[in-house]
Design a binder for this molecule. Structure first.
Ligand code: M6R
Length: 608
């Protein structure tokens, strides 16, 4: 969840690291730090808060050293303090370490070191790493030997980068279940937890694999895999990443920009895949496993957060269109339960970042089961994209705001394409849905054209403390996603419920201070939703309904109505969620919240 960046080369590293940290800040943003090393020694700058709080001091006081590492933190062990910010150091401040992940046995290691006379300055799990390196350096012949001995003692998940005043020309890096990528330059090399931090400098990258230990100088990268005990020749890949799309342009923040990219995200997800002229769905990413797909009789979807809710929509779509039973599980639960799993089951991981620790662990769990592992991933080249047997990219472009928006739309679009692909033209729904997928970007745009109306309604509701979101069929997971958007950026209480559940408990909460956002778009179940709305109104609960354009009747018994264009039942959730994204956004803005970086959260959750 933290961001790491490193540099070794002839240029002054401080600016490269600062810019890299700014690009990574969306991953974690409670504190930041930089360590620089040259032949004269080391320097450390740390600060609670955003990277820009560090900039002036570093620009003015840091040396022009060509070796440096930087870190943006999302606190796990120990509060948000300067002492707990990274880089963490050994006692004489000659070894500097930045770390992403969790060292599970840090307590035991710390005790061992304290018994050996070491004292600690922070409450972090990370501090044991520079101290252990220091400990082993006293017994072993080289820094790399001490680094590897330390890694052998450490349990958990990590990407770790270390530098030392004794070796002002070398970066040491290691990865286990947490991403790390080396950027290869001309007589210079870069290192980052996310390519966006280094892609202004080079497009040539080496992705580290689990148990890899890399020794990086300006002209050389040596990789030793600790598990296999092999030295591999690094495989250089070309980054396929459009950075310009990650720039803010005229938008006040990334969240609004990304909500407004809805039409483009849906279009990119369908482009060349839903081919109306040929009445077919082409998914290149699945071509290699077509034979296996024929024998799949159960699909288990694993994901977290918004991606999990997209998976719940996918469950309806795949079961109804492809007639294959689907189960959707939170990856964090899937990982710790025992269940029968046959080879005719496929595991489908959904992830925007492709770096979510729980989802990666779910894929690892079934590694030896011989099951087909599929992925729906947005971030090209991410860990999940690389560890699945086959998959379909979302192509939504980089998503920077912590709250996922356009990625959800692309995930549902891709799930619908997969459902149609598995259906292989058998259902009567095939043709209308392919046509509708091509119409959908224009319908998403039509919603965005009415942003001012949604904004006015959101502002009217911004002072309530609690919200209920209800829906039926795919509108139910859409309601869960709407509630999540409100929670994460407004910090208000919001719950998503299946409308049919109201009488089974939630109705007890309803009064004039507890509004309901009711998804009541046209469907065969609409009358049942009307009954739920009436029951809420009878208890004085304000109801804001989301209806299909043309439905005048609903205005008679709802406090407010927002309309979306008419669309097929299978594509409704995509349009519904755009409205809820805007609704949550404008509530959060009215409450003066930082929508791109909501408190306590980070963009990719790379620890369990
Ligand atoms: O990158 P992923 O899609 O795997 O992330 C999963 C969740 O962490 C993510 O969707 C999270 O819930 C978002 N902040 C929701 O807006």
């Amino acid at each position: 969840m933290c961001g790491i960046v490193g540099y070794i080369g002839p240029k002054p590293s401080k600016n490269i690291i600062l810019r890299g940290l700014e690009a990574l800040e969306y991953r974690g943003y409670d504190s930041a730090g930089i360590a620089l090393v040259d032949s004269k020694g080391g320097q450390v700058f740390k600060q609670v808060g955003r990277v820009n709080g560090l900039t002036q001091e570093v620009e003015e006081e840091a040396s022009n050293a060509g070796l440096a590492i930087g870190h943006t933190r999302w606190a796990t062990h120990g509060g948000v303090t300067v002492a707990n910010a990274h880089p963490q150091m050994n006692s004489d401040h000659s070894i500097f370490v930045v770390h992403n992940g969790i060292i599970e046995n840090f307590d035991e290691l710390r005790q061992r070191l304290e018994e050996a006379g070491y004292t600690f300055e922070s409450e972090t799990d990370t501090e044991v790493v520079p101290q252990l390196i220091d400990y082993y350096l006293k017994q072993l012949p080289s820094f790399v030997a001490a680094f590897e001995a330390t890694l052998r003692d450490v349990r958990g998940a990590y990407s770790i980068v270390a530098i030392s005043t004794a070796e002002p020309e070398t970066l040491y890096a290691a990865r286990l279940s947490s991403p790390l990528v080396i950027g290869v330059g001309e007589h210079e090399n870069f290192l980052a937890s996310d390519p966006s931090a280094i892609m202004d400098h080079t497009k040539k990258v080496i992705y580290l694999e689990d148990y890899d230990v890399a020794v990086i100088t300006k002209d050389k990268v040596d990789i030793h895999n600790l598990k296999e005990d092999t030295h591999t020749s690094p495989k250089i890949e070309l980054l396929d990443y459009e950075n310009e799309k990650a720039l803010l342009g005229d938008y006040p923040n990334f969240m609004l920009k990304e909500i407004f990219e809805a039409p483009a995200a849906i279009r990119s997800a369908t482009l060349g895949r839903a081919v109306v002229e040929q009445n077919m769905v082409k998914l290149g990413g699945l071509e290699g496993v077509l034979g296996q797909l024929k024998y799949i009789d159960r699909i288990v979807i694993v994901a977290m957060g918004t991606s999990y809710y997209a998976g719940l929509v996918g469950e309806y779509l795949i079961e109804e269109l492809a007639d294959i039973p689907v189960e959707v599980q939170l990856a964090s639960e899937f990982n710790y339960r025992k269940e029968p799993f046959s080879r005719s089951t496929a595991l489908l991981a959904i992830s925007q970042s492709g770096e979510t620790a729980d989802t990666i662990a779910a894929l690892k769990k079934v590694e030896d089961y011989g099951v087909l592992r599929l992925g729906i991933v947005n971030a090209v080249g991410s860990t999940i994209a690389r560890m699945t047997d086959a998959g379909v990219y979302c192509h939504a472009g980089p998503e920077k705001a912590v709250a996922s928006t356009k990625a959800f739309l692309a995930q549902v679009t891709v799930l619908l394409l997969i459902a149609l692909h598995l259906n292989d033209g058998r259902s009567k729904r095939f043709r209308p849905l392919i046509e509708e997928l091509n119409e959908l970007p224009a319908k998403a745009q039509a919603i965005l054209d009415h942003t001012d109306e949604i904004k006015a309604i959101a502002e009217k509701y911004a002072d309530y403390r609690d919200f209920l979101f209800i829906g039926r069929h795919t509108g139910f997971p859409a309601a869960l996603e709407g509630a999540l958007k409100v929670k994460e950026i407004s910090y208000l209480h919001a719950e998503g419920y299946a409308a049919g559940e109201m009488k089974h408990g939630p109705l007890a909460m309803i009064d004039e201070n507890f509004p309901t956002f009711a998804i009541a778009t046209d469907s065969p179940l609409l009358e049942k939703t009307y009954s739920n709305i009436q029951e809420i109104k009878a208890r004085k609960g304000p109801v804001l309904a989301l209806a299909t354009r043309g439905n005048k009747a609903i205005t008679k018994f709802c406090s407010d109505v927002i309309y979306i264009p008419e669309t097929e039942p299978e594509t409704q959730s995509i349009l519904q969620v755009i409205v809820m994204q805007l609704f949550a956004y404008y509530i959060a803005i009215k409450r003066d919240n930082d929508v791109d970086r909501p408190r306590n959260l980070a963009k990719s959750v790379t620890v369990e």
